[in-house]
Design a protein around this ligand. Structure first.
Ligand SMILES: Nc1ncnc2c1ncn2[C@@H]1O[C@H](COP(=O)(O)OP(=O)(O)OP(=O)(O)O)[C@@H](O)[C@H]1O
Ligand SMILES: [Mg+2]
Length: 452
C-alpha cells in the first residue's frame, strides 16, 4: 500500500484545526496539527510533511514569517495559505514569495480538497523530477580527470547546446554511448533521448523501427506505429553502430536528415520531425566508404562535429578513480557494503591491459565484488576473475575468443599447481605433450607468467 501523504495544519483557531483534521483524515491523509507559528515551523522542518496549510493571522509568529523561514530553510513541501477576512492582500503576496495557493475562510470543502490534491500532485512531480535528474546525472557521469578526457568533456559541453549533428567514433567500451547521453543531457532539448542499435535490428524491420509504419503496410503491421524518429521529436536520436546499417537504410536516413521529415512505411506521405542526430561507431567509416559499404554523402551529413572517445590505454591514470566509482555504484545498486579491495588486487587492476576498455574494467570490478567473500576481495578471487573471460563482446572472432580464454585458463591452472606441468596436465585431462605444445603456442613462460 502506498504511504499516506501527510499534511501539516498550522492555525491558531481550534475550530479550524478540528474541521480540517476531520475532512482531511476522512480523505485518507495523515494530519499533523500545530496551534501556533513556532510549533508549526518546527514540525515543518522536522517531520517533512508533503503539504503545509498555513494560517496567515496568528499571534507572535504570523504565517508570512513562517513561510519565509520555511523557504529559507529549503523545505520541499508546498504551502497553501489560509486567509481570513482582511488578509487576502497578504495571501496574494505570499504566493509571490512562493506559496502554492491560498484559500479563503470560511473554507469550502470541495475547493480545499481540489487545492490540496493539486499541490500534492505538483510535489509528487517535483520529487520525481529531482530523483530522475539525480539518477540520470549520476548514472551518466564521465569519471576521470585525464587531460584527454577533460578536453573531450569540454568539447561535448560546447557542442551539446548547438543542435549540430555529431558522429562519435572510437573503440568498443570507451564510453561512446555515455558521450551521446551527456550531449543530450546538456543540450537543453526537451524531448527524449531515443537509442537505436542499428546492428541489433533485423534489416527488414529497421525501416519501420526508424520511421514507423501504418496499419496494413506489411504482414504483421496490425496497428499504426510510431518510429524512433517520431519518438525522438524535439529530442535526440542516437544511431548506435551506424556502420552496420545497410545501404538501403542509409539512403532513407540520409533523406530524413536532408529534409527533416520522415515517411512511415506504407504511409505515402511525410511527417516533419525536429530531431537532433548523434551517431556512433567503432568501425572506420572511411574504410567502409572506400569499400562501397557506406554512403559518402551520409558520412558528411553525420560527421558535422566529429568526436573521438579516448581508449582506456591512453588514460590509464583514471583507472583507480574508475575502480572506486564502479565499486561504489555496484555496492549502492545492490544494497551491499562497498568492497574493500586489497592493495595487491588494485595494483593488478592498474597494471592489466583492457582490450574491452572501460566496459571490461567495470565488469571485472563487479565480478570481483561478487566473488570476494564478505565482499572483501582477496587475491584468490582476483585470480579467478582475471583468469576468466570478462565480456564476450570484446572478442571479434571465435578464434580470438577461444585462444584468449584457453590461455587464461592454462595460466590459472598452472598457477594452481604451482607450475607443475605433470600435475596440471593430469588435472585438466590432457597429455603432457599437448600441454607443452599449448605453452609454446601461447608463449606461456612458467617462470615469468605465473609470478605475480
Ligand atoms: N568515463 C566513464 N566514467 C564512468 N563510466 C564509464 C565511462 N566511460 C564508460 N563508462 C561505462 O563503461 C561502459 C561502456 O561504455 P559505453 O557503453 O558508453 O561504451 P561504447 O563506446 O558505447 O561501447 P560499444 O562500442 O561496445 O558500444 C558503460 O557501462 C559505461 O557506463
Ligand atoms: Mg555503445
Amino acid at each position: 500500500m502506498a504511504k499516506k501523504q501527510s499534511i501539516l495544519v498550522i492555525d491558531d483557531e481550534e475550530a479550524i484545526r478540528r474541521s480540517l483534521d476531520r475532512i482531511l483524515t476522512f480523505e485518507g491523509y495523515k494530519v499533523v496539527l500545530a496551534s501556533n507559528g513556532t510549533l508549526g515551523l518546527n514540525l515543518a522542518l522536522q517531520e517533512e510533511p508533503d503539504l503545509v496549510l498555513l494560517d496567515i493571522k496568528m499571534p507572535k509568529m504570523d504565517g508570512l514569517e513562517v513561510l519565509q523561514t520555511m523557504i529559507q530553510q529549503g523545505t520541499q513541501a508546498p504551502v497553501v495559505m489560509i486567509s481570513g477576512h482582511g488578509t487576502v492582500q497578504t495571501a496574494v503576496e505570499a504566493t509571490k514569495l512562493g506559496a502554492f495557493e491560498f484559500l479563503e475562510k470560511p473554507l469550502d470543502r470541495d475547493r480545499l480538497l481540489l487545492v490540496v490534491r493539486n499541490a500534492l500532485e505538483r510535489k509528487g512531480l517535483q520529487d520525481e523530477n529531482r530523483e530522475l535528474r539525480q539518477e540520470v546525472s549520476e548514472r551518466h557521469q564521465m569519471i576521470g580527470q585525464n587531460h584527454m578526457l577533460n578536453g573531450l568533456k569540454e568539447r561535448i559541453d560546447r557542442v551539446a547546446p548547438t543542435n549540430a549533428t555529431v558522429l562519435i567514433c572510437g573503440e568498443s567500451g570507451t564510453g561512446k554511448e555515455l558521450m551521446a547521453r551527456r550531449l543530450h543531457q546538456m543540450s537543453g532539448r526537451r524531448g527524449r533521448f531515443v537509442q537505436v542499435n542499428c546492428a541489433a535490428i533485423p534489416q527488414d524491420l529497421i525501416e519501420s523501427e526508424l520511421f514507423g509504419h501504418v496499419k496494413g503496410a506489411f504482414t504483421g503491421a496490425v496497428e499504426n506505429q510510431a518510429g524512433k524518429f517520431q519518438l525522438a521529436d524535439k529530442g535526440t536520436i542516437f544511431l548506435d553502430e551506424i556502420g552496420d546499417m545497410t545501404l538501403k537504410t542509409q539512403a532513407k536516413v540520409l533523406r530524413a536528415l536532408q529534409e527533416s521529415e520522415i515517411e512511415p512505411v506504407g504511409a505515402g506521405k511525410t511527417i516533419a520531425v525536429d530531431v537532433r542526430v548523434i551517431s556512433a561507431t567503432n568501425k572506420r567509416l572511411e574504410e567502409l566508404i572506400s569499400q562501397g559499404e557506406f554512403r559518402e554523402d551520409l558520412y558528411y551529413r553525420l560527421n558535422v562535429v566529429p568526436l573521438e572517445s579516448v581508449p582506456l590505454d591512453l588514460r590509464r591514470d583514471d583507472i583507480p578513480a574508475l575502480i572506486e566509482h564502479f565499486a561504489q555504484r555496484f555496492a549502492a545498486e545492490n544494497n551491499l557494503p562497498q568492497p574493500d579491495f586489497s592493495a595487491h588486487a588494485l595494483k593488478k587492476l592498474c597494471q592489466r591491459t583492457y582490450k574491452g576498455n572501460i566496459r571490461e574494467l567495470k565488469n571485472l570490478v563487479e565480478r570481483m565484488a561478487i566473488l570476494g567473500e564478505d565482499y572483501v576481495l582477496d587475491d584468490d578471487a582476483a585470480n579467478k576473475a582475471l583468469a576468466s573471460p570478462v565480456d564476450f563482446g570484446i572478442y571479434e572472432t571465435l578464434k580470438e575468443f577461444k585462444e584468449d580464454t584457453e590461455r587464461k585458463f592454462l595460466i590459472a591452472k598452472l598457477r594452481q599447481f604451482e607450475g607443475n606441468i605433470s600435475r596440471t596436465a593430469e588435472a585438466i585431462q590432457t597429455p603432457r605433450s599437448n600441454l607443452y605444445k599449448k605453452l609454446e603456442h601461447y608463449t606461456i613462460n612458467v617462470e615469468r607468467d605465473l609470478a605475480d
